[in-house]
Design a binder for this molecule. Structure first.
Ligand SMILES: O=C(O)c1ccccc1NCC(=O)[C@H](O)[C@H](O)COP(=O)(O)O
Length: 223
């Protein structure tokens, strides 16, 4: 299971993340109202970080997103607002980047409303619906995902914490589309500052409990 650590900002903290955690992605939030907002004056500190960077945007213009891709050397774009399939198509054409569409989950998900994103996005990211868009620290009911009808991989987000490991492992066994998880506020000492020890213990527990490699290979061969 891949790991994204979101809401990174501080150079020392990022260095520790790179060395000690080595997540698959690091999220940079370009939403001004977020307490984890990354401002333009961070470019020189963050542009050359080697970890693949996912830019998080909420209903921004194409031009704004393209400029951040360029300035911060982003590997992927996470669209965390109500961006339409038409917008996503245009961004894909103009940026040629991997695009992730966030689905804000309340009591249920209308799967049909996601169909037009299939073929455009690398993955969906399911997060808890909140008026601040993200970083709520709250989980949604993961049972809702069991009727996920697409083959497009997804990332699970929203309030994941150190106690989520067992449930994640159960879900991973049932749902091969679960490609990764997103960690944020439950692993922070302050907004934008991650607790590396907490992340380390989470990652170690996850690795310990994940399917043995041989079992995984067999399962992947069959899908
Ligand atoms: O984290 C934020 O402050 C935020 C604000 C507005 C839009 C997105 C935001 N975060 C993006 C993420 O991908 C978070 O990791 C995700 O919302 C889960 O956060 P949490 O519930 O704190 O685990």
């Amino acid at each position: 299971m891949k790991i994204k650590v979101c809401g990174m900002r501080e150079p020392e903290n990022i260095r520790a993340l790179e060395v000690e955690i080595k997540p698959d992605w690091m999220g940079l939030i370009f939403y001004e109202k977020s307490p984890r907002f990354v401002s333009k004056d961070r470019v020189s500190e963050l542009k050359n970080v080697a970890l693949p960077k996912v830019g998080v945007f909420v209903n921004e213009s194409l031009e704004f997103i393209l400029s951040k891709i360029d300035e911060f050397n982003l590997a992927a774009v996470q669209l965390h607002g109500s961006e339409s399939p038409t917008f996503v198509r245009e961004l894909k054409l103009k940026s040629n980047k991997k695009l992730w569409k966030v689905v804000s989950v309340g009591d249920s998900i209308d799967w049909e409303s996601l169909r037009d994103y299939v073929g455009l996005v690398e993955c969906f990211l399911f997060d808890t619906a909140t008026k601040n868009h993200g970083g709520s620290g709250k989980k949604f009911n993961w049972e809702i995902l069991k009727s996920y009808p697409f083959e497009v991989p997804f990332i699970l987000s929203g309030g994941l914490d150190e106690d989520s490991v067992e449930e994640l492992i159960r879900l991973e066994k049932e749902m091969p589309q679960l490609k990764g998880i997103d960690l944020n506020s439950k692993f922070e000492d302050a907004p934008g500052l991650k607790n590396i020890e907490k992340l380390k213990s989470f990652k170690n527990r996850l690795l310990e409990k994940e399917l043995p490699a041989t079992e995984k290979t067999t399962r992947d061969d069959q899908s």
